[in-house]
Design a protein around this ligand. Structure first.
Ligand code: AMP
Length: 355
């Protein structure tokens, strides 16, 4: 459970003078750029020395930096951050660097609902949520002796797909698995990958309305993963595996993409179901989230993961995407977050979107 006194923290805040802060990594350039566009001050949380590459991007550079020796030390500086009227925007690296436990008790107002972490980081709870929302997930293989078609083996908490591997038989699985690490075995879904970037506002009832608030689709991407995505340049995976060369799934970048338009109704249905189920389970997923999907040759979506905050796949769209252009020009996910905070300040609803 999240044990944070949000109203207490906000009572000392000058809400006309907020500072948007995030950890200097992942999607920080976009978050700072979006916050500036909406008139906020920005603060970059960095370790050691400030990274020089921000100098190369003046429109993505925060107004100020707050440096600590290591990210976990941020816990000690919560009071100082609150004195600066800081609102933290969490992203994947932020949660990873701070540690999930620390994140849940970090005493600084944070955009979004922190409860979601427990539903997203535990694979069984994630399945309960997404299955419960009626989404189709890849089949899970409980007993590896039942492997009779390609599967992907995923280690729990693995960063960026590290260590994941494909197996076609029990023998292959046994040869490669590291039994000291908890893992999940999923059917390897064949098809094309789409990472769908949504934004849910519990505050505003315009556009695609839900039982409470409304849902936007801001963009989508495909992750570029080394080495799997380029292996075919030197041979088939089967040939390479015979030589002991195994594909890996480590994310190195993101590629912009659009989807055939006839699939968009399904995209909205899925997003809607995920939000409605989250309202029922834990008070709602607030702000940006991403469904990671494979579309099969029968044009069916299989959802293999949810990320419950801004994903780095939104980075190609600092000046908008083919979808957000149809909502408002120049609308990135980072900017959309800043807009939500601005709206909440104007309507005295900050406690509805922070935790
Ligand atoms: P994840 O950590 O679950 O996001 O998985 C890392 C990468 O593995 C994904 O970006 C996909 O390329 C691939 N992947 C994960 N699950 C599946 C699946 N069930 N079928 C096919 N590819 C998958």
């Amino acid at each position: 459970m999240v044990d944070i006194d949000l109203p207490g923290m906000l009572s000392s805040y000058d809400t006309k003078n907020l500072t948007i802060a995030t950890v200097c990594s992942h999607s920080s350039l976009q978050i700072f750029n979006g916050a500036h566009k909406e008139g906020f001050k920005t603060l970059g949380l960095a370790i050691g020395e400030v990274k020089r590459f921000y100098d190369a991007f003046p429109l993505g550079k925060p107004d100020d930096f707050f440096t600590v020796d290591n990210y976990k030390d941020l816990m000690k500086y919560a009071d100082e951050l609150r004195a600066k009227n800081v609102i933290v925007i969490p992203h994947g690296s932020f949660v990873e660097y701070l540690g999930a436990k620390n994140f849940l008790t970090f005493n600084v107002p944070t955009f979004g609902n922190r409860q979601v972490l427990q539903w997203e980081s535990d694979r069984d709870k994630e399945r309960e949520w997404l299955d419960g929302a009626g989404l189709t997930m890849p089949k899970e293989i409980k007993d590896p002796r039942n492997i009779d078609k390609p599967v992907i083996v995923k280690y729990h908490g693995a960063k960026g797909g590290k260590g994941f591997f494909i197996a076609r038989t029990f023998a292959e699985f046994s040869k490669r698995v590291k039994r000291d690490r908890p893992y999940t075995i999923q059917e390897f879904v064949m098809g094309t990958r789409y990472y769908l970037h949504y934004f849910y506002t519990p505050l505003q009832n315009t556009g695609y309305k839900l039982s409470k608030g409304s849902l936007q689709l801001l963009s989508m991407d495909r992750r570029d993963e080394t080495t799997i995505d380029e292996l075919q340049r030197i041979g088939s995976i089967a040939e390479l595996e015979e030589l002991g060369i195994h594909p890996t799934f480590v994310v190195t970048g993101n590629i912009p993409i659009v989807m055939r338009e006839s699939l968009l109704p399904k995209v909205f249905q899925m997003g809607e179901a995920v939000v409605e189920k989250s309202l029922e389970l834990f008070g709602g997923i607030i702000g940006p989230f991403c469904l990671e999907t494979v579309v099969t040759e029968d044009l069916e979506f299989k959802v293999f993961e949810i990320s419950a905050r801004i994903v780095a796949g939104t980075n190609p769209y600092i000046s908008g995407s083919p979808y957000s252009d149809l909502i408002e020009l120049n609308l990135s996910t980072g900017r959309r977050i800043a807009q939500e905070i601005k709206y909440a300040v104007a309507h005295n609803k900050l406690t509805d979107i922070l935790s």
